[in-house]
Design a protein. Structure first.
Length: 135
């Protein structure tokens, strides 16, 4: 479990989703910075993303289930990213000061690490299938 690279990728996703949104602002409304804990549904979405990543780590014996959980996690990240894009298009932003926060990029990084984890899971699955063919 620990020695596999996808475990590292999934733990990075869990840390990105569980810690960073509560320290990096998502957007500014006037002079007030909005964090994930200020919006209930966004904080729930980030926690679900982190829980799914940790759950996928413990599904290391069932690689197909791990792959499916990662896909569900990617879909949730895409919905969250879509909400952030919608939200950023509705925010008024000037050329001098942008009102979009760096926290809006967290789902993008999570999706990248989930894709890398799925690629490593696929590689492990192919290796196991090739060894089974030799028997």
């Amino acid at each position: 479990m620990i020695q596999r690279i996808q475990t590292l990728y999934l733990m990075v996703v869990a840390l990105l989703a569980a810690v960073l949104p509560f320290f990096l602002n998502l957007w500014l409304e006037g002079e007030v910075a909005i964090y994930a804990q200020d919006e209930l549904l966004i904080s729930i979405a980030f926690y679900v993303i982190a829980i799914l990543a940790v759950l996928a780590v413990f599904l290391y014996k069932k690689r197909q289930n791990q792959f499916v959980v990662n896909r569900l996690n990617m879909i949730l990240n895409l919905f969250l990213l879509g909400f952030f894009v919608y939200r950023s298009l509705n925010l008024s932003g000037g050329t001098a000061v942008s009102e979009k926060g760096i926290g809006m990029l967290i789902p993008v990084f999570s999706i990248v690490f989930l894709v890398l984890a799925n690629r490593a899971i696929k590689k492990d699955e192919d290796l196991v299938k090739s060894v089974d063919r030799l028997r």
